[in-house]
Design a protein around this ligand. Structure first.
Ligand code: ZN
Length: 304
C-alpha cells in the first residue's frame, strides 16, 4: 500500500456530535470537553455552530463556548450557514469558519432552505468577508457520495461544485458522506479524479458509519492521497435531515487505526480515551466507538 505518512484529524464532536444529541450538554461541560480535546493533541477542532438556535438548540451557547476556549493555542472552527451566522461567529472571535452546502438540491432545501446554486452564491460572498477579516475558512459539502432523497448525485456534480468553490477562493474543501453510503471503490476513484483535477485543493473527508464502511472509506481516501479527515469523539452525530443516518466515524477508532498503520496523527490515544470516558459520563450512554468499548473492558491490545 502506498500510504501518506501523516494526517490531520479535525475533531468535530463538539459541533456535529453534540448538535444531534437528545439532551443539551451544559456549557461548562462543553468547554471542559474541548479543553481536554486540546490536551489530546488536536490542532483543529470544530467547536460549535452558528446556526439559528431555533434549529439547533443544543448549540445555542455558541458565543459563550468560543469566548471561553479561544485563547487555547489551536485553531477553532465554527459551522456557519449564512451571513447572520457569519456575523455572530466573527463577533465571537472564532479562528475559522466552516461554510456548509449540500451537493443535492433536495437535501439542500430541507437542511438550508435554499438550492445548491443559491448556497454557492451566498458562500462566495462570505468567503470575501472572511478574506477581508483575515479568518480561515473551509467548505463542507454534504451528500457528496449519496443523498437520502436523490441517491448518488454522481462525480460530475461534485467536480462542478468544487470548481465553483475554487473559483470563489476555497483552498480547503471537505466532502461529506452525510448518510454513510459511500464505499471504498467509489471513494478511491472519485478522490483520485478530484485530486488530479484540483491539485492545489486540500481535500478533507467526512465519513459516517451507517453501514460500517466508515474506516474502510478512510483507508481508500488515504490510498488516494487524502491527508485530512473529520471525526467525532465517541462516534457522536447524525443528521436531522438525513433519515436513518448514524454517527460520524469515531475519533478513537480512527486514531487507533492510523496508529497501527504507522500513519502519524499527533493524537495521544490514552488521553483521548480518558476524554471518551468523560463524554460517556456527560451524555450518559454508551459510545459508538469500538476502541472505547475494548478499552473499557480492560483488554485493549497495545502494540509497540
Ligand atoms: Zn457528520
Amino acid at each position: 500500500m502506498n500510504l501518506v505518512k501523516k494526517v490531520k484529524i479535525i475533531e468535530i464532536g463538539p459541533r456535529d456530535g453534540l448538535q444531534n444529541e437528545e439532551k443539551f450538554l451544559e456549557t461548562e461541560r462543553k468547554i471542559a470537553l474541548i479543553r481536554q480535546l486540546v490536551e489530546c493533541g488536536f490542532q483543529e477542532i470544530e467547536a460549535t455552530s452558528f446556526v439559528h438556535p431555533k434549529w439547533i438548540p443544543n448549540l445555542a451557547d455558541a458565543e459563550q463556548v468560543i469566548q471561553e476556549i479561544i485563547d487555547l493555542p489551536i485553531t477553532f472552527f465554527a459551522l456557519v450557514p449564512n451571513e447572520k451566522g457569519y456575523e455572530r461567529a466573527k463577533q465571537s472571535g472564532v479562528d475559522g469558519m466552516t461554510f456548509v452546502l449540500s451537493a443535492t438540491d433536495t437535501h439542500s432545501q430541507k437542511n438550508l432552505n435554499r438550492s445548491t446554486e443559491e448556497s454557492l452564491k451566498e458562500i462566495a460572498s462570505l468567503v470575501k468577508k472572511a478574506q477581508n477579516d483575515d479568518l480561515q475558512y473551509r467548505a463542507s459539502v454534504s451528500t457528496v457520495f449519496g443523498c437520502p432523497f436523490e441517491g448518488n448525485p454522481g462525480l460530475e456534480r461534485t467536480l462542478k461544485i468544487v470548481d465553483q468553490l475554487v473559483e470563489s477562493g476555497f483552498k480547503r474543501v471537505g466532502l461529506c458522506d452525510t448518510i454513510g453510503v459511500a464505499n471504498p471503490l467509489q471513494v478511491f476513484e472519485w478522490m483520485t479524479k478530484l485530486k488530479t483535477e484540483f491539485s492545489d485543493v486540500e481535500f478533507e473527508l467526512h465519513f459516517h458509519d451507517t453501514y460500517g464502511r466508515g474506516l474502510a472509506n478512510v483507508v481508500a481516501g488515504l490510498e488516494a492521497g487524502i491527508q485530512a479527515f473529520d471525526s467525532s469523539i465517541g462516534g457522536l452525530g447524525g443528521c436531522p435531515y438525513a433519515p436513518g443516518a448514524t454517527g460520524n466515524i469515531s475519533t478513537e477508532d480512527l486514531v487507533d487505526l492510523l496508529r497501527e498503520m504507522k500513519v502519524e496523527t499527533g493524537i495521544n490515544i490514552d488521553k483521548l480515551l480518558e476524554t471518551s470516558q468523560n463524554v460517556h459520563r456527560f451524555i450518559g450512554k454508551d459510545l459508538d466507538s469500538k476502541v472505547w468499548r475494548v478499552d473499557r473492558s480492560g483488554s485493549r491490545y497495545i502494540s509497540t
